[in-house]
Design a protein around this ligand. Structure first.
Ligand code: ADP
Ligand code: MG
Length: 224
């Protein structure tokens, strides 16, 4: 039954994605076509139009590259992996980028936690959540990552000091392409959910406007 449910969820996800996708791709294409026609007609201020067109192409590029990530999770090569190591690896690769924004990590990690998983996918989840945390902070601050065992589950918290989310925003979090950022794709959390689902895991969120958010990854140590 679990397998059937997962498959039907995948179908629902695919359906939601393709409906949204048509929209997300058609908009920049329509605008590209319009601006090209203007340039072809010989308007002044071509430079301005080119800038907009490049912006639209960037958007299309971003959407397609995120969808590529989305396709990867279907490949399955799981191994017993150290939670500690995966978090350390991600923090290492992101630290230069974070230092530039004056954002620093604080880690409080339980030793010796292991999970049967696809390491690059779980790292992708961590990256998505850390990125969101950093993007929610428009000043310097700290991203705290904790790992622990709670009720037979591995729990990993990603805690930011950002702007938090209103109830309306929290309601929208599962919708593909929902974004409040001018250059967002709204795919990060959809991909995150999808990867965690493939690992029998869950994502929990708690948030406080003006204070920050806590995204918690839960991975069961026994079968759900
Ligand atoms: P994107 O980052 O491209 O907007 P996501 O799926 O990663 O897409 O996130 C969707 C939306 O959820 C964001 O635009 C933002 O409004 C909200 N969000 C996600 N994580 C956080 C966070 N840590 N703090 C505040 N808002 C967040
Ligand atoms: Mg994101």
């Amino acid at each position: 039954l679990k397998k059937v449910l997962l498959d039907s969820e995948k179908l629902i996800l695919a359906g939601q994605l393709s409906a949204g996708l048509v929209h997300e791709i058609r908009n920049p294409l329509t605008s590209l076509k319009g601006f090209l026609q203007l340039v072809q007609a010989g308007v002044e201020q071509k430079e301005e139009y080119y800038k907009v067109m490049i912006g639209e192409i960037d958007k299309l590029e971003k959407i397609t590259s995120e969808l590529l990530h989305m396709a990867k999770p279907f490949k399955n090569n799981k191994k017993n992996e150290s939670i500690h190591e995966m978090i350390k690896d991600v923090v290492f690769i992101m630290s230069t980028q974070m230092d530039m924004k004056d954002i620093h990590f604080t880690l409080d990690l339980e030793d010796n936690l292991h999970y049967f998983c696809n390491a690059s996918q779980i790292k992708q989840v961590l990256i998505n959540l850390i990125k969101n945390g950093a993007e929610a902070m428009n000043k310097s601050g700290t991203i705290m990552i904790n790992s622990r065992i709670e009720d037979n589950q591995i729990a990993i918290d990603i805690i930011d000091e950002g702007q938090g989310m209103s109830d309306e925003i929290v309601q929208e979090l599962n919708n593909p392409f929902f974004t409040t950022k001018p250059d967002g794709t709204g795919l990060g959390l959809v991909i995150t959910h999808h990867i965690l689902e493939m690992h029998n895991g869950l994502l929990k969120v708690s948030t406080d406007e003006n204070k920050g958010s806590i995204f918690t990854i839960l991975l069961p140590l026994v079968d759900r």
